[in-house]
Design a protein around this ligand. Structure first.
Ligand code: ASP
Length: 324
């Protein structure tokens, strides 16, 4: 109730400001909240987007990393922010699974946000420290099953993409290993590089440079098709986990009740940014694909969010018992 009143007051203030200022949005710096630590995949996707959207909006966009609790702390921050177009959220697939994983969420993933549009689809990779004793996906699975009490798996907290992938993985091989949560896979990757953790299912956007420089091992990708940027790496489905498939899609949101003219302006800026050749190339080099214009819309994002909630809820109910 209090939240509703605060929102209405904020909306009235925003509406008044907008009418006195005319169509001047954005006339100050925009903050894009990334609900994970800096240096990780969502941070990378968001920074590339922010640069291109900032050119389209002719306004600076700064990234603020608000990591923790699998992305839910940063999402809560945006849900509680003024709906004035100056605080936005870049979140991923985790936004559609959090309500199935948390008994109590401090926000409603649909009702508390204005969707702006999808950003990209992306692969995850099954990776390991460089001296992990397996040279292909089958050996990787066999080793993990035989050493389940010794192997540990890093993730970015409950509800993150790496956590979701880990849950699906452990239930697929009916083997539970110890998980180690971080505020993002940026810091988790540092520990994988240093050998402090054994394995991770991380987005290619974060892992690819370390895979290419040979600092970590890669065994499979989570999409139904191989990645152009990692041609030799099999899909998990073709290498032994039939039907295994996760795409880590990112999307852009504003707080609920952000005025529609602002949402429309942001949607156009998002679409312009996603057509930028430099952005497309940088995403593609990372194993991520910018979405087409018709998916970078509030309607498409609402559809995606609802269908992903419907897809994951029953799966999570079944596999939730695996390590958090
Ligand atoms: N997106 C997270 C990050 O940027 C990683 C994850 O969800 O697994 O750190």
């Amino acid at each position: 109730m209090l939240k509703k009143i605060a929102r209405s007051v904020a909306w009235i203030l925003v509406a008044c400001a907008a009418s006195t200022a005319g169509a001047q949005y954005p006339d100050k710096v925009i903050t894009m909240i990334v609900p994970f630590a800096g240096g990780g995949p969502t941070d990378t996707i968001a920074r590339i987007l922010a640069q291109a959207m900032s050119a389209a909006l002719k306004q600076r966009i700064v990234i603020e990393n608000v990591g923790g609790a699998g992305g839910t702390i940063g999402a809560a921050r945006v849900a509680q922010s003024a709906p004035d177009g100056y605080t936005l959220l870049v979140h991923h697939i985790g936004h559609s699974v959090a309500s199935a994983l948390y008994r109590k969420l401090p926000y409603d993933p649909i009702a508390d946000f204005e969707p702006i549009g999808l950003i990209n689809d992306g692969a995850q990779t099954f990776v390991a420290r460089d001296d992990f004793p397996a040279s292909n996906f089958k050996e990787y699975l066999d080793y993990i099953k035989a050493n389940k009490d010794r192997v540990n798996m890093a993730n970015a907290g409950i509800g993150s993409a790496s956590h979701l992938c880990g849950l699906l993985f452990m239930s697929s091989i009916e083997t539970e290993v110890m998980t180690i949560p971080y505020k993002g896979t940026g810091p988790a990757m540092n520990d994988l590089l240093g050998g402090a953790v054994d394995i991770m299912c991380d987005q290619s956007a974060n892992a690819i440079s370390h895979i290419k420089s040979g600092k970590i091992k890669v065994y499979a990708v989570t999409l139904p098709n191989r990645l152009a940027s990692l041609r030799d790496v099999p899909t998990a489905a073709e290498a032994g986990l039939a039907g295994f498939s996760i795409s880590v899609w990112h999307a852009l949101y504003a707080p609920k009740d952000t005025p529609q003219p602002i949402i429309e302006q942001l949607t156009v800026a998002l679409q312009t940014a996603l057509k930028d050749a430099n952005l497309k190339q940088r995403y593609s080099d990372l194993g991520a694909e910018a979405v087409s214009e018709n998916r970078a819309t509030p309607e498409a994002l609402t559809r995606q969010l609802k269908s992903e909630i419907d897809r994951w809820e029953p799966i999570i109910k079944k596999i939730k018992g695996y390590a958090g």
